[in-house]
Design a protein around this ligand. Structure first.
Ligand SMILES: *Cc1c(COP(=O)(O)O)cnc(C)c1O
Length: 423
């Protein structure tokens, strides 16, 4: 039953472009009508027709604790009684910045913004201000939000929509964006050799999670650390997905590689709109009003969002077993998929992130990711959806585990996936 969702989608298309407020939500890549969600609790979401589903989208990452965690909800409700926004500093912002600094190895000082897009856009501006250079290197298939200069060979919905890059972005805005191949040091080296004094920063998703999930090969992140140092460029880890997900300190702690700047989003807001960027004091002192790199925000550090972020990070920090539990659950699904499948499949796992690709290739970069059979994925997605399992409506998005997924949820999921894949 998806009558109500269908009706809502028809009306939505009259008033919202494509009927959605972010492209991947439209289910275009899997040729279906999106489910309109009415409520969510723990591991389950319920759509407008009353269908309950086990959710592996988790709002694209923020939901590491599951939906509506009682402690987070209680604190947010309390905070509402004190007013929604002041446009003046609050104690909560200090508390969140301190938590971030204590948890994320590379961050001493950070600035709060309202989305991952804003965090990345601002971190790049800081890198350019700090180095006095214009060019940046990004990787094919990595997504860093929708700011002009970064919509070049981007991942996420930009991989499945008909426009590979975006209309409305002047060539002049992307001419300083150089594109390298993920997991290919020689492609990075070549760009540095051609532009030895012009590269301000290399930005990378330490685990690429917007072309499906692609793991960094051994030594790749270390190589990026070394070459940026050698050429006086900054290394930026875009940890909008991996931050607080792979470990309390994100991918940089998980892989023991410390970048100069880090961008955060998703989990840092605990389900509310927050992004953050930070790094060493010396670099972050560039940001206005301490320095000359301008960056501002009317709702930045909003007290309600900040409250949700603080409580979420506190729970993650207090619960020492959470990352192992998450990894084990993801591992069970990975094993079930690998064992049951009669189809050509590649499963990539990093902690609680899973990428299930319908391809015979080993997926370690953009080309191998897009070798996947997207119509196979669409069929698989449809089968899961009809059996109460809600996964990403695109081959090129991650599957997210949360601490709220129960053993029973995982069992059901393995069984349904197994049924489909072994058929
Ligand atoms: C989601 C994401 C962004 C953009 O964050 P928004 O909050 O959607 O603007 C940037 N970088 C990465 C790695 C992301 O996954």
């Amino acid at each position: 039953m998806e009558q109500k969702s269908k009706e809502l989608f028809e009306t939505a298309k009259c008033y919202i472009p494509g009927g959605v407020n972010s492209p991947v939500r439209a289910f275009g890549a899997v040729g279906r009508t999106p489910r309109f969600i009415a409520s969510a609790r723990g591991s389950r979401i319920v759509d407008a027709d009353g269908n309950e589903m086990i959710d592996y989208v988790c709002s694209w990452g923020p939901g590491i604790l599951g939906h509506a965690h009682p402690r987070v909800i209680e604190k947010v409700k309390e905070a509402c009684d004190f007013g929604l926004t002041y446009g003046a500093p609050t104690e909560k912002e200090v508390e969140l910045a301190k938590l971030i600094a204590e948890m994320v190895p590379s961050v001493e000082v950070s600035r709060l913004v309202n989305s991952g897009t804003e965090a990345v856009m601002s971190a790049i501006r800081v890198a350019r201000g700090y180095t006095g250079r214009d060019k940046i290197i990004k990787f094919k298939g990595c997504y860093h939000g929708h700011s002009d200069g970064l919509l070049v060979k981007a991942g996420s919905a930009a991989l499945t929509t008909s426009v590979p890059d975006s209309a409305g972005v002047p060539l002049d805005y992307t001419k300083h964006t150089l594109v390298a191949q993920y997991n290919d040091p020689s492609s990075v080296k070549a760009l540095f050799e051609e532009n030895p004094k012009d590269i301000a920063a290399v930005i990378v998703e330490p685990v690429a999670a917007n072309m499906g999930v692609v793991l960094p090969q051994t030594g790749f992140l270390e190589f990026l650390r070394d070459i940026t140092k050698m050429y006086g460029a900054l290394l930026i880890f875009d940890e909008v997905i991996t931050g607080f997900r792979l470990s309390p300190g994100g991918a940089q702690e998980y892989y023991h590689v410390t970048p100069d700047l880090t961008t955060l989003g998703k989990i840092v807001g605990g389900g509310m709109p927050i992004g953050a960027y930070g790094g060493k004091r010396e670099i972050m002192q560039m940001v206005s009003p301490a320095g000359d790199v301008y960056q501002a925000g009317t709702l930045s550090g909003n007290p309600i969002a900040t409250t949700a972020g603080i409580e979420t990070l506190k729970i993650l920090r207090e619960d020492s077993g959470i990352y192992e539990r998450l990894e084990n659950k993801a591992g069970k699904i990975a094993d079930a998929v690998t064992l049951s499948s009669n189809k050509d499949i590649c499963v990539n796992q990093a902690g609680s992130l899973l990428g299930i690709f319908f391809t015979s290739q080993k997926v370690d970069n953009y080309e191998s990711a897009v070798s996947s059979n997207t119509s196979e994925y669409a069929k698989y997605f449809g089968y899961l959806l009809e059996h109460g399992i809600y996964t990403a409506p695109s081959q090129f998005e991650a599957m997210f585990l949360s601490d709220a997924h129960t053993d029973e949820d995982i069992e059901i999921t393995c069984r349904v996936m197994g049924e489909y894949l072994s058929a």
